[in-house]
Design a protein around this ligand. Structure first.
Ligand code: CA
Ligand code: CA
Length: 227
């Protein structure tokens, strides 16, 4: 199932800078509303007994409207992915970016227990505007230590930018993050890519409230190849 970005063109002047001679350069770029096709919800309501620290009150939030430059698309689809740990226990890594994000058996990959990550190679540097991730949404779960990073270094040693981090106690060792824990739903989680240019995207997790395993149903990266 392919994702559809519905076009809603809004001309916005978004880059303005001045040089020392007071000449003004303005570059216009049309933005479009990012509309993600969501899978069918697999459960309703919010469980009352989620004993998780720093838990976002998801049920009180309204999903914000998100705009991306015209021409943005899912640059992650069918790109190469590697993971840490043993070979997947259930499924394979290709399920992460095959376009199927339904919450059924067979739609997700199960990775090794404990602290693990996947790395997506976009094959060339891309401007990254948004990352949508569905770990597992058949049941209400919280995945621990969700960290999303980008880099042009496949080893993530230099030039690493962290876009999301809810490892508040730094137990995963990438620095204490200020983002909140959240309950997985069919809407997944949309992370602002802030337009950074990068070739590799890495997503970390460290088990969940049901077990110490790690799962991915789908990851979408909305961006454009850099010129
Ligand atoms: Ca999938
Ligand atoms: Ca932690």
């Amino acid at each position: 199932m392919n994702n559809i970005i519905f076009m809603q063109r809004i001309p916005i002047f978004f880059i303005i800078f001045f040089n020392f001679n007071s000449a003004i350069f303005i570059r216009a770029q049309d933005l479009q509303r990012l509309e993600i096709r969501y899978p069918l919800p697999m459960y309703v309501g919010t469980p009352k007994d989620m004993k998780v620290e720093r838990l976002e009150k998801t049920w009180e939030l309204n999903r914000p409207v998100f705009y991306v430059p015209e021409g943005t698309y899912n640059v992650a689809q069918n790109k190469w992915i590697v993971s840490t740990g043993e070979a997947p226990v259930i499924g394979d890594l290709e399920l992460i970016n095959d376009g199927d994000k339904e919450g059924m058996e067979g739609s997700y990959v199960e990775l090794s227990p404990g602290q693990q990550y996947i790395t997506i190679d976009l094959e060339l540097p891309c401007y990254i505007y948004a990352i949508a991730v569905w770990h597992y949404h058949s049941k209400a779960r919280v995945y621990y230590d969700v960290i999303v990073q980008i880099s042009d270094d496949p080893d993530f040693i230099i030039g690493v930018q962290t876009l999301f981090n809810n490892d508040y106690d730094n137990s995963s060792g990438y620095g204490a993050g200020k983002d909140l824990n959240y309950i997985e739903t069919s809407e997944g989680r949309l992370i602002d890519g802030r337009g950074f240019k990068s070739r590799y995207v890495r997503l970390h997790s460290n088990g969940n409230t049901d077990n110490d395993l790690n799962h991915y149903t789908e990851v979408e990266i909305y961006g454009k190849p850099a010129d």
